[in-house]
Design a protein around this ligand. Structure first.
Ligand SMILES: [Fe+2]
Ligand SMILES: [Fe+2]
Length: 140
């Protein structure tokens, strides 16, 4: 029972970002599985873990963008902020309603297409920039 398969996650030219994306895939899949067949306690715990991981993922990229003076920082950062806000409101709704179907639906219909699209667009452009700025060395 998986939300996302590894082959569904696009790769970018900057390896560190791929590692962060793969970790997120594992965590979101665990969260999704708990929603389908786990206890309420597991759902709560994995929801928190998921939100923590998304925050680490976004801050990691924002840090790289700042260090490399990425030209579209505001745009990429703004999109991360929009998703941070969205997750906060989905979490609030979950706390109020405890509706597994709705939460599962959010992951399937909103988060899943978003993450692939985001990696293919903003993350890819950022990764290309990082590789250019660093001359392909791979460490900032
Ligand atoms: Fe990313
Ligand atoms: Fe990103």
């Amino acid at each position: 029972m998986e939300l996302l398969k590894e082959q569904e996650l696009p790769l970018v030219p900057y390896q560190g970002m791929n590692l962060v994306h793969r970790r997120e895939l594992e965590i979101v899949n665990r969260f999704y599985r708990a929603l389908v067949e786990g206890s309420e306690e597991e759902v709560d715990r994995l929801f928190n873990e998921f939100i923590r991981d998304v925050e680490e993922h976004f801050s990691y990229e924002e840090d790289l963008m700042r260090k490399s003076h990425f030209f579209a920082y505001e745009c990429h950062h703004g999109e991360h902020n929009r998703v941070r806000e969205e997750l906060r409101s989905v979490k609030e709704k979950w706390e109020r309603e405890r509706n597994r179907e709705k939460l599962k639906n959010y992951l399937e219909e909103v988060f899943k297409p978003w993450i692939s699209e985001h990696i293919l667009t903003m993350d890819t452009v950022t990764a290309q920039w990082l590789m250019r700025v660093m001359g392909g060395i791979g460490a900032l």
